[in-house]
Ligand binder design. Structure first.
Ligand SMILES: [Zn+2]
Length: 454
Protein backbone atom coordinates (compact mmCIF):
# COMPACT_ATOMS: atom_id res chain seq x y z
CA UNK A 1 0.00 0.00 0.00
CA UNK A 2 1.56 3.29 -1.04
CA UNK A 3 2.04 6.15 1.43
CA UNK A 4 1.75 9.82 0.50
CA UNK A 5 2.62 12.73 2.78
CA UNK A 6 1.46 16.30 2.11
CA UNK A 7 3.44 18.74 4.23
CA UNK A 8 3.35 22.46 4.83
CA UNK A 9 -0.12 23.34 3.50
CA UNK A 10 -2.82 25.28 5.33
CA UNK A 11 -5.11 22.32 6.12
CA UNK A 12 -8.87 22.92 6.39
CA UNK A 13 -10.07 19.74 8.06
CA UNK A 14 -13.86 20.36 8.25
CA UNK A 15 -13.78 18.05 11.30
CA UNK A 16 -16.28 18.46 14.15
CA UNK A 17 -14.21 21.27 15.69
CA UNK A 18 -13.60 22.82 12.24
CA UNK A 19 -9.85 22.77 12.99
CA UNK A 20 -7.40 24.35 10.57
CA UNK A 21 -3.64 23.80 10.66
CA UNK A 22 -1.44 26.49 9.13
CA UNK A 23 1.57 24.55 7.84
CA UNK A 24 -0.01 21.20 8.75
CA UNK A 25 0.40 17.70 7.39
CA UNK A 26 -1.74 14.87 6.06
CA UNK A 27 -0.65 11.25 5.66
CA UNK A 28 -2.42 8.89 3.25
CA UNK A 29 -2.05 5.13 3.05
CA UNK A 30 -3.67 3.65 -0.03
CA UNK A 31 -7.08 5.24 -0.36
CA UNK A 32 -7.49 6.32 3.29
CA UNK A 33 -6.29 9.24 5.41
CA UNK A 34 -4.24 7.90 8.31
CA UNK A 35 -3.03 11.10 10.00
CA UNK A 36 -3.78 14.83 10.05
CA UNK A 37 -2.17 17.41 12.28
CA UNK A 38 -0.21 20.61 12.83
CA UNK A 39 3.41 20.97 11.72
CA UNK A 40 5.36 18.54 9.59
CA UNK A 41 4.72 14.79 9.48
CA UNK A 42 7.16 12.81 11.68
CA UNK A 43 10.53 12.37 9.96
CA UNK A 44 10.22 8.56 10.03
CA UNK A 45 6.90 8.76 8.16
CA UNK A 46 8.36 11.19 5.62
CA UNK A 47 11.40 8.96 5.12
CA UNK A 48 9.25 5.87 4.50
CA UNK A 49 6.73 7.57 2.21
CA UNK A 50 6.43 6.76 -1.49
CA UNK A 51 5.70 10.40 -2.22
CA UNK A 52 6.17 13.60 -0.19
CA UNK A 53 4.30 16.61 -1.58
CA UNK A 54 5.54 20.06 -0.63
CA UNK A 55 2.31 21.88 0.23
CA UNK A 56 3.90 25.18 1.23
CA UNK A 57 2.05 28.11 -0.33
CA UNK A 58 -1.02 25.89 -0.73
CA UNK A 59 -4.41 25.32 0.88
CA UNK A 60 -5.56 21.73 1.43
CA UNK A 61 -9.31 21.11 1.52
CA UNK A 62 -11.56 18.08 1.30
CA UNK A 63 -12.42 17.31 -2.33
CA UNK A 64 -15.60 19.09 -3.42
CA UNK A 65 -18.79 17.07 -3.90
CA UNK A 66 -21.10 17.95 -6.79
CA UNK A 67 -24.73 17.04 -5.99
CA UNK A 68 -26.43 17.84 -9.31
CA UNK A 69 -25.34 17.63 -12.95
CA UNK A 70 -26.44 16.54 -16.41
CA UNK A 71 -23.11 15.59 -17.94
CA UNK A 72 -24.49 14.92 -21.43
CA UNK A 73 -25.17 18.67 -21.70
CA UNK A 74 -21.41 19.36 -21.89
CA UNK A 75 -21.72 18.94 -25.68
CA UNK A 76 -24.82 21.20 -25.97
CA UNK A 77 -23.53 24.32 -24.26
CA UNK A 78 -24.13 27.86 -25.41
CA UNK A 79 -27.65 27.37 -26.80
CA UNK A 80 -30.83 29.30 -25.88
CA UNK A 81 -28.57 31.56 -23.85
CA UNK A 82 -31.22 34.17 -22.99
CA UNK A 83 -34.18 31.85 -22.25
CA UNK A 84 -36.22 30.85 -19.18
CA UNK A 85 -36.15 27.21 -18.05
CA UNK A 86 -39.23 26.17 -20.04
CA UNK A 87 -38.08 28.09 -23.17
CA UNK A 88 -34.56 26.68 -22.84
CA UNK A 89 -35.87 23.11 -22.36
CA UNK A 90 -38.21 23.20 -25.36
CA UNK A 91 -35.32 24.51 -27.54
CA UNK A 92 -32.96 21.76 -26.36
CA UNK A 93 -35.18 18.65 -26.15
CA UNK A 94 -34.97 18.05 -29.95
CA UNK A 95 -31.14 18.33 -29.84
CA UNK A 96 -30.91 16.00 -26.85
CA UNK A 97 -33.16 13.48 -28.63
CA UNK A 98 -30.15 12.74 -30.91
CA UNK A 99 -27.62 11.78 -28.22
CA UNK A 100 -25.97 8.38 -28.37
CA UNK A 101 -23.25 6.45 -26.53
CA UNK A 102 -20.39 8.38 -28.11
CA UNK A 103 -21.99 11.76 -27.39
CA UNK A 104 -22.62 10.84 -23.75
CA UNK A 105 -19.16 9.33 -23.27
CA UNK A 106 -17.38 12.37 -24.71
CA UNK A 107 -19.64 14.78 -22.80
CA UNK A 108 -19.16 12.93 -19.52
CA UNK A 109 -15.37 12.78 -19.93
CA UNK A 110 -15.36 16.51 -20.67
CA UNK A 111 -17.70 17.45 -17.84
CA UNK A 112 -15.99 15.25 -15.25
CA UNK A 113 -12.46 16.24 -16.24
CA UNK A 114 -13.44 19.91 -15.94
CA UNK A 115 -15.09 19.27 -12.57
CA UNK A 116 -11.79 17.74 -11.43
CA UNK A 117 -9.95 20.88 -12.51
CA UNK A 118 -12.32 22.86 -10.27
CA UNK A 119 -11.64 20.77 -7.13
CA UNK A 120 -14.41 18.18 -7.43
CA UNK A 121 -13.63 14.59 -6.39
CA UNK A 122 -17.16 13.12 -6.26
CA UNK A 123 -20.01 13.90 -8.63
CA UNK A 124 -23.51 12.71 -9.18
CA UNK A 125 -25.15 12.79 -12.58
CA UNK A 126 -28.84 13.02 -13.43
CA UNK A 127 -29.31 11.37 -16.80
CA UNK A 128 -32.93 11.29 -17.97
CA UNK A 129 -32.84 11.39 -21.82
CA UNK A 130 -32.83 7.88 -23.30
CA UNK A 131 -33.57 7.99 -27.05
CA UNK A 132 -34.86 4.61 -28.29
CA UNK A 133 -31.82 3.92 -30.48
CA UNK A 134 -29.29 5.75 -28.30
CA UNK A 135 -27.54 2.65 -26.93
CA UNK A 136 -26.40 2.07 -23.33
CA UNK A 137 -26.01 5.67 -22.15
CA UNK A 138 -25.55 4.91 -18.46
CA UNK A 139 -22.70 2.53 -19.28
CA UNK A 140 -21.17 5.22 -21.51
CA UNK A 141 -20.99 7.73 -18.67
CA UNK A 142 -19.83 5.19 -16.11
CA UNK A 143 -16.97 4.26 -18.44
CA UNK A 144 -16.16 7.97 -18.68
CA UNK A 145 -16.05 8.37 -14.89
CA UNK A 146 -13.72 5.37 -14.61
CA UNK A 147 -11.36 6.78 -17.21
CA UNK A 148 -11.26 10.25 -15.60
CA UNK A 149 -11.02 8.74 -12.11
CA UNK A 150 -13.76 10.57 -10.21
CA UNK A 151 -15.97 9.00 -7.58
CA UNK A 152 -19.33 8.72 -9.29
CA UNK A 153 -22.97 8.62 -8.17
CA UNK A 154 -24.94 8.53 -11.43
CA UNK A 155 -28.72 8.32 -11.29
CA UNK A 156 -31.00 6.41 -13.62
CA UNK A 157 -33.29 9.28 -14.60
CA UNK A 158 -36.51 9.12 -16.60
CA UNK A 159 -39.40 10.98 -18.22
CA UNK A 160 -42.81 9.40 -18.97
CA UNK A 161 -45.10 12.45 -19.29
CA UNK A 162 -44.95 13.65 -22.90
CA UNK A 163 -46.54 16.67 -24.53
CA UNK A 164 -49.67 14.80 -25.60
CA UNK A 165 -50.38 13.94 -21.94
CA UNK A 166 -49.87 17.51 -20.73
CA UNK A 167 -46.13 17.28 -19.97
CA UNK A 168 -43.39 19.58 -21.26
CA UNK A 169 -41.08 17.17 -23.20
CA UNK A 170 -41.99 16.04 -26.74
CA UNK A 171 -43.41 12.50 -26.87
CA UNK A 172 -40.41 11.03 -28.68
CA UNK A 173 -38.02 11.64 -25.75
CA UNK A 174 -40.19 10.02 -23.06
CA UNK A 175 -40.23 6.35 -22.07
CA UNK A 176 -42.91 3.93 -20.91
CA UNK A 177 -43.30 3.59 -17.12
CA UNK A 178 -42.67 -0.17 -17.01
CA UNK A 179 -39.60 0.16 -19.23
CA UNK A 180 -38.23 2.85 -16.89
CA UNK A 181 -38.67 0.70 -13.80
CA UNK A 182 -37.08 -2.36 -15.43
CA UNK A 183 -34.10 -0.35 -16.69
CA UNK A 184 -33.66 1.37 -13.32
CA UNK A 185 -33.60 -1.89 -11.38
CA UNK A 186 -31.24 -3.40 -13.96
CA UNK A 187 -28.88 -0.43 -13.44
CA UNK A 188 -28.90 -1.00 -9.67
CA UNK A 189 -28.20 -4.72 -10.17
CA UNK A 190 -25.36 -4.08 -12.58
CA UNK A 191 -23.59 -1.08 -11.08
CA UNK A 192 -24.54 -0.14 -7.51
CA UNK A 193 -21.74 -0.68 -4.99
CA UNK A 194 -22.91 0.03 -1.41
CA UNK A 195 -19.49 -0.64 0.19
CA UNK A 196 -17.95 2.15 2.33
CA UNK A 197 -15.14 2.94 -0.11
CA UNK A 198 -17.47 2.78 -3.12
CA UNK A 199 -16.45 4.56 -6.33
CA UNK A 200 -19.89 3.98 -7.90
CA UNK A 201 -23.40 4.20 -6.52
CA UNK A 202 -26.70 4.42 -8.38
CA UNK A 203 -29.74 6.50 -7.39
CA UNK A 204 -33.27 6.61 -8.82
CA UNK A 205 -34.23 9.91 -10.43
CA UNK A 206 -37.47 10.68 -12.31
CA UNK A 207 -36.87 14.06 -13.93
CA UNK A 208 -39.40 16.60 -12.58
CA UNK A 209 -43.11 17.05 -11.75
CA UNK A 210 -43.73 18.43 -15.26
CA UNK A 211 -42.06 15.56 -17.15
CA UNK A 212 -43.06 12.43 -15.18
CA UNK A 213 -46.36 10.92 -13.99
CA UNK A 214 -47.45 10.54 -10.36
CA UNK A 215 -47.41 6.79 -10.93
CA UNK A 216 -43.74 6.86 -11.89
CA UNK A 217 -42.85 8.98 -8.86
CA UNK A 218 -44.68 6.59 -6.55
CA UNK A 219 -43.24 3.44 -8.15
CA UNK A 220 -39.73 4.91 -8.27
CA UNK A 221 -39.86 5.65 -4.53
CA UNK A 222 -41.04 2.09 -3.82
CA UNK A 223 -38.23 0.64 -5.96
CA UNK A 224 -35.55 2.82 -4.35
CA UNK A 225 -36.69 1.89 -0.85
CA UNK A 226 -36.89 -1.80 -1.67
CA UNK A 227 -33.31 -1.66 -3.02
CA UNK A 228 -31.94 0.77 -0.38
CA UNK A 229 -30.73 3.42 -2.85
CA UNK A 230 -31.33 7.18 -2.87
CA UNK A 231 -34.04 9.19 -4.67
CA UNK A 232 -33.44 12.38 -6.62
CA UNK A 233 -35.46 14.81 -8.74
CA UNK A 234 -35.76 18.47 -9.71
CA UNK A 235 -38.18 20.45 -7.53
CA UNK A 236 -39.51 23.99 -7.14
CA UNK A 237 -37.02 25.36 -9.66
CA UNK A 238 -39.21 28.06 -11.24
CA UNK A 239 -42.49 29.90 -10.82
CA UNK A 240 -43.65 28.21 -14.08
CA UNK A 241 -43.35 24.86 -12.27
CA UNK A 242 -45.28 26.23 -9.28
CA UNK A 243 -48.06 27.32 -11.69
CA UNK A 244 -47.99 23.91 -13.45
CA UNK A 245 -48.43 22.07 -10.12
CA UNK A 246 -51.17 24.39 -8.86
CA UNK A 247 -53.14 24.01 -12.12
CA UNK A 248 -52.64 20.29 -12.54
CA UNK A 249 -52.52 19.00 -8.95
CA UNK A 250 -54.09 21.86 -6.97
CA UNK A 251 -51.09 22.16 -4.64
CA UNK A 252 -47.46 23.32 -4.43
CA UNK A 253 -44.58 21.18 -5.74
CA UNK A 254 -43.53 20.26 -2.16
CA UNK A 255 -47.13 19.31 -1.19
CA UNK A 256 -47.29 17.17 -4.31
CA UNK A 257 -44.02 15.36 -3.60
CA UNK A 258 -44.95 14.86 0.06
CA UNK A 259 -48.26 13.23 -1.02
CA UNK A 260 -46.21 10.74 -3.07
CA UNK A 261 -43.84 9.81 -0.23
CA UNK A 262 -41.00 11.93 -1.56
CA UNK A 263 -39.74 13.68 1.59
CA UNK A 264 -37.11 12.02 3.78
CA UNK A 265 -33.49 11.32 4.57
CA UNK A 266 -33.14 9.19 1.40
CA UNK A 267 -34.33 11.97 -0.94
CA UNK A 268 -32.57 14.99 -2.42
CA UNK A 269 -34.05 17.71 -4.58
CA UNK A 270 -32.20 19.85 -7.09
CA UNK A 271 -32.88 23.59 -6.76
CA UNK A 272 -35.75 23.97 -4.22
CA UNK A 273 -35.87 27.68 -5.07
CA UNK A 274 -39.53 28.59 -4.64
CA UNK A 275 -40.44 27.45 -1.13
CA UNK A 276 -42.70 29.09 1.45
CA UNK A 277 -41.80 28.95 5.15
CA UNK A 278 -43.87 25.83 5.71
CA UNK A 279 -42.16 23.98 2.84
CA UNK A 280 -38.73 24.94 4.24
CA UNK A 281 -39.81 23.62 7.64
CA UNK A 282 -41.05 20.29 6.22
CA UNK A 283 -37.93 19.74 4.11
CA UNK A 284 -35.81 20.48 7.18
CA UNK A 285 -37.88 18.37 9.61
CA UNK A 286 -37.67 15.34 7.33
CA UNK A 287 -33.91 15.72 6.78
CA UNK A 288 -34.48 15.91 3.03
CA UNK A 289 -31.46 16.91 0.95
CA UNK A 290 -31.15 19.89 -1.37
CA UNK A 291 -28.70 20.49 -4.22
CA UNK A 292 -28.35 24.27 -4.33
CA UNK A 293 -27.32 25.34 -7.86
CA UNK A 294 -26.77 29.11 -7.76
CA UNK A 295 -25.12 29.55 -11.18
CA UNK A 296 -27.81 27.66 -13.08
CA UNK A 297 -30.58 29.41 -11.17
CA UNK A 298 -28.96 32.73 -12.08
CA UNK A 299 -28.32 31.74 -15.73
CA UNK A 300 -32.00 30.81 -16.22
CA UNK A 301 -33.30 33.68 -14.09
CA UNK A 302 -35.14 31.16 -11.89
CA UNK A 303 -34.59 32.83 -8.50
CA UNK A 304 -32.42 32.35 -5.43
CA UNK A 305 -32.83 29.32 -3.17
CA UNK A 306 -33.20 29.89 0.58
CA UNK A 307 -30.00 27.99 1.39
CA UNK A 308 -29.49 29.58 4.81
CA UNK A 309 -33.11 28.98 5.87
CA UNK A 310 -32.92 25.37 4.67
CA UNK A 311 -29.70 24.78 6.61
CA UNK A 312 -31.21 26.35 9.73
CA UNK A 313 -34.31 24.18 9.34
CA UNK A 314 -32.18 21.00 9.38
CA UNK A 315 -32.09 20.16 5.68
CA UNK A 316 -28.93 18.62 4.25
CA UNK A 317 -27.73 21.24 1.75
CA UNK A 318 -25.02 20.63 -0.85
CA UNK A 319 -23.99 22.50 -3.97
CA UNK A 320 -24.40 21.52 -7.61
CA UNK A 321 -23.25 22.91 -10.92
CA UNK A 322 -26.41 21.62 -12.69
CA UNK A 323 -26.21 20.68 -16.37
CA UNK A 324 -23.52 22.33 -18.44
CA UNK A 325 -26.13 23.68 -20.89
CA UNK A 326 -27.51 25.97 -18.14
CA UNK A 327 -24.11 26.64 -16.55
CA UNK A 328 -21.44 26.71 -19.24
CA UNK A 329 -18.78 27.23 -16.56
CA UNK A 330 -19.69 23.99 -14.72
CA UNK A 331 -17.13 24.73 -12.00
CA UNK A 332 -17.65 23.43 -8.46
CA UNK A 333 -15.52 26.16 -6.94
CA UNK A 334 -17.62 28.84 -8.63
CA UNK A 335 -20.72 27.38 -7.00
CA UNK A 336 -19.13 27.98 -3.58
CA UNK A 337 -18.58 31.63 -4.45
CA UNK A 338 -22.02 31.88 -6.09
CA UNK A 339 -23.76 30.42 -3.04
CA UNK A 340 -22.03 32.94 -0.81
CA UNK A 341 -22.82 35.93 -3.01
CA UNK A 342 -26.46 34.91 -3.53
CA UNK A 343 -26.97 34.31 0.20
CA UNK A 344 -25.50 37.68 1.13
CA UNK A 345 -27.23 39.59 -1.68
CA UNK A 346 -30.58 38.48 -0.30
CA UNK A 347 -29.83 37.89 3.40
CA UNK A 348 -27.15 40.42 4.33
CA UNK A 349 -23.44 40.03 5.08
CA UNK A 350 -23.96 37.51 7.91
CA UNK A 351 -26.12 35.17 5.83
CA UNK A 352 -23.29 32.77 4.93
CA UNK A 353 -19.65 32.77 6.06
CA UNK A 354 -16.82 31.82 3.69
CA UNK A 355 -16.26 28.65 5.73
CA UNK A 356 -19.96 27.72 5.71
CA UNK A 357 -19.99 28.13 1.93
CA UNK A 358 -17.03 25.73 1.65
CA UNK A 359 -18.76 23.42 4.14
CA UNK A 360 -21.78 23.13 1.82
CA UNK A 361 -19.51 21.93 -1.00
CA UNK A 362 -17.75 19.35 1.20
CA UNK A 363 -19.58 18.07 4.31
CA UNK A 364 -22.91 19.24 2.88
CA UNK A 365 -22.47 17.41 -0.40
CA UNK A 366 -21.25 14.26 1.36
CA UNK A 367 -24.38 14.31 3.55
CA UNK A 368 -26.66 14.81 0.53
CA UNK A 369 -25.15 11.77 -1.22
CA UNK A 370 -25.22 9.63 1.94
CA UNK A 371 -21.41 9.58 2.24
CA UNK A 372 -20.86 11.44 5.55
CA UNK A 373 -18.98 8.51 7.06
CA UNK A 374 -16.34 8.50 4.31
CA UNK A 375 -16.23 11.87 2.54
CA UNK A 376 -16.44 15.62 3.17
CA UNK A 377 -13.63 16.19 5.66
CA UNK A 378 -9.90 15.63 6.10
CA UNK A 379 -9.90 13.23 9.05
CA UNK A 380 -8.18 10.02 9.98
CA UNK A 381 -10.12 7.08 8.52
CA UNK A 382 -11.85 9.01 5.76
CA UNK A 383 -11.23 8.40 2.06
CA UNK A 384 -8.26 10.15 0.46
CA UNK A 385 -10.23 12.64 -1.68
CA UNK A 386 -8.32 15.92 -1.38
CA UNK A 387 -7.76 19.19 -3.22
CA UNK A 388 -4.49 21.11 -2.88
CA UNK A 389 -4.88 24.71 -4.12
CA UNK A 390 -1.88 26.93 -4.94
CA UNK A 391 -2.26 30.31 -3.23
CA UNK A 392 1.25 31.80 -3.58
CA UNK A 393 0.20 33.35 -6.89
CA UNK A 394 -0.13 36.88 -8.26
CA UNK A 395 -3.91 36.70 -7.72
CA UNK A 396 -3.85 35.30 -4.18
CA UNK A 397 -0.49 35.69 -2.40
CA UNK A 398 -1.45 38.74 -0.33
CA UNK A 399 -5.00 37.68 0.62
CA UNK A 400 -4.81 37.40 4.42
CA UNK A 401 -7.19 34.48 4.97
CA UNK A 402 -6.47 31.40 2.78
CA UNK A 403 -10.08 30.20 2.90
CA UNK A 404 -11.26 33.65 1.79
CA UNK A 405 -8.64 33.51 -0.98
CA UNK A 406 -10.21 30.29 -2.25
CA UNK A 407 -13.86 31.33 -1.89
CA UNK A 408 -13.72 35.04 -2.66
CA UNK A 409 -10.64 35.19 -4.91
CA UNK A 410 -10.40 34.02 -8.49
CA UNK A 411 -9.98 30.26 -9.08
CA UNK A 412 -6.47 29.32 -7.91
CA UNK A 413 -4.35 26.76 -9.77
CA UNK A 414 -5.07 23.26 -8.50
CA UNK A 415 -1.68 21.85 -7.54
CA UNK A 416 -2.98 18.34 -6.86
CA UNK A 417 -6.33 16.54 -6.78
CA UNK A 418 -6.44 13.07 -5.27
CA UNK A 419 -9.43 10.75 -5.62
CA UNK A 420 -9.27 7.52 -3.64
CA UNK A 421 -5.60 8.33 -3.10
CA UNK A 422 -4.85 8.56 -6.86
CA UNK A 423 -3.80 11.77 -8.63
CA UNK A 424 -6.37 13.08 -11.14
CA UNK A 425 -5.00 16.64 -11.41
CA UNK A 426 -1.32 17.65 -11.12
CA UNK A 427 -0.06 21.22 -11.62
CA UNK A 428 -3.51 22.37 -12.83
CA UNK A 429 -3.74 19.74 -15.59
CA UNK A 430 -5.92 16.63 -15.63
CA UNK A 431 -3.47 13.75 -15.87
CA UNK A 432 -6.01 11.05 -16.77
CA UNK A 433 -7.17 12.59 -20.07
CA UNK A 434 -5.65 14.51 -22.97
CA UNK A 435 -7.42 17.84 -22.43
CA UNK A 436 -6.81 19.18 -25.94
CA UNK A 437 -7.89 15.99 -27.69
CA UNK A 438 -11.01 15.88 -25.50
CA UNK A 439 -11.89 19.47 -26.43
CA UNK A 440 -11.63 18.55 -30.13
CA UNK A 441 -13.87 15.49 -29.61
CA UNK A 442 -16.46 17.65 -27.83
CA UNK A 443 -16.53 20.13 -30.72
CA UNK A 444 -17.03 17.28 -33.18
CA UNK A 445 -19.93 15.76 -31.17
CA UNK A 446 -21.52 19.20 -30.67
CA UNK A 447 -21.42 19.86 -34.43
CA UNK A 448 -22.88 16.44 -35.24
CA UNK A 449 -25.78 16.91 -32.79
CA UNK A 450 -26.58 20.39 -34.10
CA UNK A 451 -26.35 19.50 -37.78
CA UNK A 452 -28.15 16.14 -38.00
CA UNK A 453 -31.83 16.07 -38.85
CA UNK A 454 -34.22 13.28 -38.05
ZN1 LIG B 1 -30.91 19.88 -13.39
Amino acid sequence: MSTTVIDGAHVVTMNAGREEHAGGHVVLEGNRITAVGPGSAPEAVRAGADRVVDGSGCLLTPGLVNTHHHLYQWVTRGLAVDETLFGWLTTLYPVWARIDERAVNVAARGGLAWLARTGCTTSTDHHYVFPRDGGDLLAAEIEAARSVGLRFHPTRGSMDLGESDGGLPPDHVVEDLDAVLLATEAAINRWHDPSPGSMLRIAVAPCSPFSVTADLLREAAALARRRDVLLHTHLAETLDEEKFCRERFGCSPVDYMESLGWLGADVWFAHAVHLDDDAVRRIGATGTGVAHCPSSNGRLGSGIARARDLRNAGARVGLGVDGAASNESASMLEEVRGALLFARATGGPQALSVRDALEMATLGGAAVLGRSADLGSVEQGKLADLALWRLDTFAHADIADPVAALVLGSRPPLELLLVDGRPVVEHDRVVTVDEHALAREAVSVHQTLLSSER
